[in-house]
Design a protein around this ligand. Sequence first.
Ligand code: TXA
Ligand code: MG
Length: 338
Amino acid sequence: TTKRWNMNDIDKNQDYIKEAAAVLRSGQTVAFPTETVYGLGADATNSQAVSNIFQAKGRPGDNPLIAHVATKEQLQRLVTFVPAYVDKLIAHFSPGPLTFILPSNGTCASNVTAGLDTIGVRIPNHPIALQLLKEVDTPIAAPSANISGKPSPTTADHVFEDLEGRIAGLVDGGPTGVGLESTVIDCTQEIPVILRPGGVTKENLESVVGHVMVDPGIIDGEGKPKAPGLKYKHYAPEVPLWIFEGDSNGFQKLIEKEQQNNHRVGVLCSNQSAIQLSHDNIYQLGDSMEEIASSLYDGLRYFKQQAVDIIICESFPETGMGQAIMNRLRKASDSTIK
Ligand code: TXA
Ligand code: MG
């Protein structure tokens, strides 16, 4: 059975953090909230502990994990070199939803990096995650706390849906904020390269370090993405997901056409678009792009409990958070309809 610590109970918070830290130190897995999504943590210096993560998630062993630390000093202890632009990025965005790929010094177990000579490190901006990391005082390897291929968990219930009975513990800190995973940025070259768009946007990064490149593998889907995880189908709900590009008239017609084919349709769209549509099974994602990012994975999971045959999601402009939103939607979807 999986132990669940409810952090609403303020008086017990510190005891629970200590208990969860002890479980982590003993080599077992504990899921915990971050500002992006829930992570499934294990001691990154203990290869047996790390292999428990891969096993619980059903994750392919060639997909490296992110090491989570509480401070810049702890980050420096895991790598051989920190370029000057990373110092600037840390000053602006850490703690925060930004993961730095840097040359590893081998402190973490080799299955954390899937044998690569680089390691992803991030300082999450969440009080519970930071308290837990300080308490364990060792880097914690943590992928998203979902079964591999499913949408990442943004609530403790999502984690339990996927992993109850498969992990030692779950720290329930309520819903996460950003809702999409961190931006992964390769910092091993002179110019940083975004490998996975996420909570810190390209525009945010460029305002601090000037030019930033984007791995072509994540934009056109051709070529092999440099973040090994992005080559897998991902974030997917259990029924087909289509992305619709066009105006609300076209959206309405598509819904009606599918209904005539006896397909039960679930719709994901912004609050503004929902007003334009006449349909009885709509999950409203919110008004702003930030709200849409924050509720996207809950929306994808929501239709699992609904009897639908297809989910159709509106497409969004690809600036700011829109880049990460559309990246995840494309990875989760079966096709795009115009
Ligand atoms: O927001 C997040 O980043 C969440 C929370 C829990 O921190 N974690 C997360 O981890 O999304 P995960 O394992 O689901 O995704 C990590 C991504 C994968 O696409 C992986 O391939 C890439 O980062 N990655 C990790 N280490 C890498 C490395 N050394 N080189 C290239 N890509 C790497
Ligand atoms: Mg993941």
